[in-house]
Design a protein around this ligand. Structure first.
Ligand code: TRP
Length: 331
């Protein structure tokens, strides 16, 4: 069976973009592949969280993974920092990761532009740590969004380079994987790009948002002053609302508002009200589980421990072989 690895950085609660862009696929894949889903808390250290925040964020992602339907009996769910073998492989891979290629990574360049005062080495070698996450389980399939394509290419480069250096076909090539062919870009509510928590308050709908918060955020979404001609192309901020409808609303609801837009009869308030209600319904089963799971400390402890044991089993096997390949020998 092929091995799947994916992770989400623990920088806050999960939003609809995480859910429809990744987690929904995780849930489907757990029935067909050998899956490892982790919480990338080492990656989150690039932004220097306080110890309390770090822990709360890890817990939130763990709780929300479980509430969204990832089954710890089927998939291996673990916290990245519980598997020190990943950090060890990261060290080895760093020896063959070159400054030039790391500096050319678009995500690195974006981060430098956004936070010029925090250009740390962890940020530069973020793709190496991500490669270690994947290669540690010798995974071939990585369910991630389009924005991670370049990181996957770097993971293949680092794996292949290791293989070539030691003249051994050891690491297989990992590829981005789109399970259900509907790799959707989930837009945010600010009328611009994708949904994300760093794009400002109100741009993202979180799985844990209560209905009244969802209503408030959706009603505040950016719109224009309405179409000025029949069958007009939709500006980005309006298209975004229709794109969000595509994931939570029924096809005839979308057709209804599309028709109103095309005939210049649309009232954005009505569309937003409908969108908010459909979001509330779509996320209800997850929202209802979040509180119960979050309050069940023994269960969370059990899931994290069991996941760490299973993940380490796989990781220790790889690290043992890697050490032998590199030439570490005991006396
Ligand atoms: N970089 C990914 C993101 O921002 C998170 C991530 C870290 C990841 N390590 C990974 C995803 C390994 C897949 C596999 O979304």
């Amino acid at each position: 069976m092929e091995t799947v690895v994916s992770g989400i950085r623990s920088t806050g609660n999960l939003h609809l973009g995480n859910y429809y862009g990744a987690i929904q696929n995780f849930v489907k894949m757990q029935y067909e592949y050998n899956c490892y889903f982790f919480i990338a808390d080492l990656h989150s250290l690039t932004t220097h969280p306080t110890p309390d925040n770090l822990h709360i964020n890890v817990k939130n992602v763990l709780v929300e993974y479980l509430a969204a339907g990832i089954d710890p009996e089927r998939a291996t769910i673990y916290v990245q920092s519980d598997v020190p073998e990943i950090a060890e492989l990261y060290l080895y891979l760093n020896m063959n990761a070159y400054l030039g290629e790391l500096e050319r990574s678009t995500s690195f360049k974006d981060k430098v532009r956004a936070h010029p005062d925090n250009v740390n080495a962890g940020l530069l070698t973020y793709p190496v740590l991500m490669a270690a996450d994947i290669l540690i389980h010798k995974a071939t399939k990585v369910p991630v969004g389009k924005d991670q394509e370049q990181h996957l290419e770097m993971a293949r480069t680092f794996g292949n380079r290791f293989n070539r250096l030691y003249n051994k076909e050891y690491f297989p090539e990992p590829y981005a994987f789109n399970f259900s062919q509907n790799l959707v870009k989930i837009p945010g509510l600010d009328g611009k790009g994708k949904m994300g928590k760093s794009e400002g308050e109100g741009n993202a709908i979180f799985l844990s948002d209560p209905p009244e918060v969802i209503r408030k955020k959706v009603m505040r979404a950016v719109t224009d002053s309405g179409p000025t001609a029949e069958n007009q192309a939709k500006p980005d901020e309006i298209q975004n609302l229709f794109d969000l409808m595509k994931v939570v609303s029924a096809p005839d609801t979308i057709a209804h508002f599309d028709n109103l837009y095309n005939t210049m009869q649309i009232r954005y308030g009505d569309l937003k009200k409908q969108l908010a209600e459909d979001m509330i319904i779509a996320t209800a089963p997850i929202r209802e589980k979040i509180n119960d799971i979050a309050n069940d400390a023994p269960y969370l402890r059990q899931v994290a421990r069991y996941g760490a044991i299973k993940a380490r089993e796989s990781a220790q096997k790889t690290i043992k072989e890697v050490r032998e390949i590199i030439g570490f020998k005991s006396f």
